[in-house]
Write a protein that binds this ligand. Structure first.
Ligand SMILES: [Zn+2]
Length: 248
């Protein structure tokens, strides 16, 4: 969708009613990144776009230059509805969180193929995830999106002095100072157990497949990490998602 026209896969990040019958959409497109588009007639009749303007679904959109400043939506096709997301609150909340975070982490009109691909895999995996799987995917997804946005959580080095932090040990975490801080640099207000610190290392590396992980993580360690990563999001994302990382 370079220059606001063409056909591309996309996710609907937001839809705002406009006038009597239109909607202004915010889309994360595969080829053009985050773009705004006008969907004429989308408000008056759901049939206009054949029910394809569903949040959390993978869709294909065709955009054309519009009369105003926004490109307009010519066609929308539902590719993967992700119907499983609406069958479980855990899935829905995790999906809403990563979509909201993607919306906040991405600049307008810049291609973000890695963010698109991460979101595509996350929503596809969440569509059939169990409760623990949802928590793991939400954490891995949030950390991955933050990293792609240039505000990654430092997990294996002290974020003040850069010294490597030995693996498999309890660490201190300061969300304001970027993550793990060694004791020589004053540590941080959040203590992470060795298990939670290990999970943080695992999740902080962007995986090609966020669902892949060795075994089921310890629920206590997940809860610790959720609190730490939520505090990090609150410090570093200017408008943090309304959906919070669950703490159990
Ligand atoms: Zn240090």
């Amino acid at each position: 969708v370079a220059g606001g026209h063409g056909t591309t896969r996309a996710f609907l990040l937001r839809a705002v009613d406009y006038g009597e019958s239109d909607r202004v959409l915010t889309l994360l497109t595969e080829t053009g990144g985050k773009v705004a588009a006008m969907a004429r007639g989308a408000r008056r009749s759901g049939k206009r776009f054949a029910g394809a303007l569903e949040p959390l679904a993978l869709i294909e959109v065709t955009l054309a230059p519009g009369r105003g400043s926004l490109p307009h939506l010519v066609e929308a096709v539902l590719l993967e509805p992700h119907a499983g997301l609406s069958r479980s609150l855990d899935r829905f909340n995790a999906a809403a969180l990563v979509v909201e975070l993607a919306r906040e982490c991405v600049a307008d009109d810049e291609p973000e193929p890695r963010v698109f691909e991460l979101l595509r895999r996350l929503l596809s995996d969440l569509d059939r995830a169990d409760g623990t799987g949802c928590r793991r995917l939400a954490l891995a997804g949030a950390l991955g999106l933050l990293d792609l946005a240039g505000t990654g959580v430092g997990a294996d080095r002290c974020n003040a002095c850069g010294k490597a932090v030995p693996p498999g040990r309890r660490v201190l975490f300061d969300p304001r100072r970027g993550g793990v801080i060694c004791t020589a640099c004053g540590g941080g207000p959040i203590a992470l157990s060795a298990k939670a610190a290990t999970l943080l290392r695992e999740f902080a590396v962007i995986s090609d497949d966020p669902a892949a992980s060795a075994g089921a993580p310890d629920p206590e360690a997940l809860a610790e990490l959720e609190r730490a990563v939520q505090a990090f999001i609150d410090c570093h994302v200017s408008r943090p998602p309304r959906t919070r990382l669950s703490s159990g």
